[in-house]
Each structure stands twice: as structure tokens, then as C-alpha cells.
Design a binder for this molecule. Sequence first.
Ligand code: SF4
Ligand code: SF4
Length: 327
Amino acid sequence: MNRTPQFKMVFLELTNGCNFSCAFCAKHKMSRPVGFMDAALAMRILDQLQEHELTNRVAFHVMGEPLLHPRFGEILAYAHSVGLKVAINTNGSLLSEERNDMLLEHADRVLISLRSRSEAAFSRNAGSKRVCDYSSYISRVGQLITKKLELGTGPKIYLRLFANDCSDPLFAESVSQSHEFIRKLNTVLRQRVLPSGSIEIYPDVRVVFDKLTEFWLPSTTGKYYRSYWGKCDALTDELAILWNGDVTTCCYDYDGLNRFGNLANNGILEVVAGDEFRNYLVSFAKMKLPTPVCQECFGASSRWRWMLRQLYSLGQFINLFPPKSFL
Ligand code: SF4
Ligand code: SF4
């Protein structure tokens, strides 16, 4: 790929199904059917992304747990073989020796979102059809890291913990659970791990803190205030493709309501050169949020948070707060 690709990242959803059932997850709001992307479609899309130099990075999720896809390994290896860098966002519960080998050989980044970083949270989130108990869950994560360290190569691994800001009631629980998980992981790895901030705990193995998006969380006040303007770089930075081939704006659109094309029967160039795509771009360029999904995405559950979000967005527009990303 010689020129700068159009998108920094394309999210390719292999499935919107998940073996966890986290209380805060948008899966509980999602109304579209659960399914798996046809492997031939996934490979065709990967070919087109590469051939038309649309991106050099893909992530195999919008919603769902990608390791559930029955042909996950093949699709991952194929993406790697056509020269794309692949980020895998997984809850970690399905890691196994065989899958670890696939990830270590073909993935560029593995983000293990530790939704269940304490025994209590694990019991709540792992759902009734859990595939392992809490101690095996920690061991599975530890085994991937141990193998990577033994090999001295392989993808960057991020242990992604969620801690919302301190006004959020989840904050204290989130931080103490994160510490508990890291302490337990520490006993598996037999190394000292600092339990705060974004830390490189081993070469290319990092602990990062992230926020749960308010858009996904149930409103604590029972109210939700929509925003009508905001700075959004989706579509200049990213594109999301759902398991049935629908193309949408971003990984926040869990129900695919911002859909503006489908790749089961159309080529990707047709979609990104189409009028609907351009209308979104024009709207975002004016900071105008084009759809109810976007207006909710930039909204908030209290007036002051709503105001702060708008001000922050304005700050981003005039580049006071450049966006950060660890991907
Ligand atoms: S692991 Fe992720 S996709 Fe699955 S239920 Fe939890 S938050 Fe949702
Ligand atoms: S504003 Fe719309 S396009 Fe932008 S991140 Fe939110 S839902 Fe996605």
C-alpha cells in the first residue's frame, strides 16, 4: 500500500453474538438478529479493502465476541496474508492453545477487554452458558501472555480495563476490581504488576484504562439529552461492516441504524462513493449530527454532562483536545 489509506480502521463484525452477558453491554438493546459473517464474504471484503487501499488495519468486531466464529482462524490468517494488520477485541474467555497460536502468528494487536475482572463480576457477566470458571479465565489470559513472552514476538497485547470518571457510581467498583484482577494475574505470571494508570507490564503487554461509553449505559437519571451538533471523525477515520454485510458509520452503531450500503451484493467502492456516504461526510464537516443514533451518541444523561460533552467536542473541533487512541 503506497498511499495513505482512506480509513485508519475498518471494523469487520464476524458475529454480533457473545458468550458473555455484561450488564452494561449494548447487546441487551440490540434488536438485529444474531448471526455470523459468511467466511467467503469476509474474505471478499478483506480483498477489496486491500485492493482499493481503503485501510491497512481491520478489527474483527462491532458487537460480539469474534472468537466464537467457527472460521475465525482462517479469516484471521487470510487478512494477514493479504497484508492487513488485524486487531482482535476479545473478552478472553475462549482463549485456548490453538487460538493463542493463531493470534500470536497472525494478529497485530489483541485487546482483552476484561469485563469480568473480579469473581463477582465474572459470575454476573459470564452468563449461564459460561465456558470456564474464574480461575481458568485468568489462566487463559495468562497463557497467551506467557507464550508471547516465551516467543519474544507476536502481537501487542492490551489488557483493557474499564473505569469511568469518578462521578460514576461504577468507578470505585471498577478500579478495585481492576486491581483485584491484576493482583490475581500477577500470581499467574509471577511478576510484579503496577496496578494503576496505563502501564507496560512486559514488552508489548500493556494495561490500559478505558471508559464505558455513556451512549451504551442505561441512564442513571431516567433522562437522556440528545445533542444536535458535535465533532465526529467516524467515516473520515473508520467504517463499520456488520456480519450481514451492512455498512454503517462506526462501532457505536450497535443496531446498524446508520446503514448506508450492503456488501453482500455491492462492491465497497460503490458504497463509499455513494450519495449517502457523502451526505454523512458533509454533515459531520459542519459538526451537525445527522441521525438520531448520532444525536444520542453525543448526548448525556444529565444537563451538565451534556453541556460538558458539547464544549469538549467544540474543543476538539478547534483542536484543543486532539483525539487519543492506543490502537
Ligand atoms: S463481552 Fe463485550 S460484547 Fe460480550 S456481553 Fe460483554 S461487553 Fe458485550
Ligand atoms: S456521532 Fe454517529 S457516526 Fe459518530 S461515533 Fe457517534 S454514532 Fe458513530
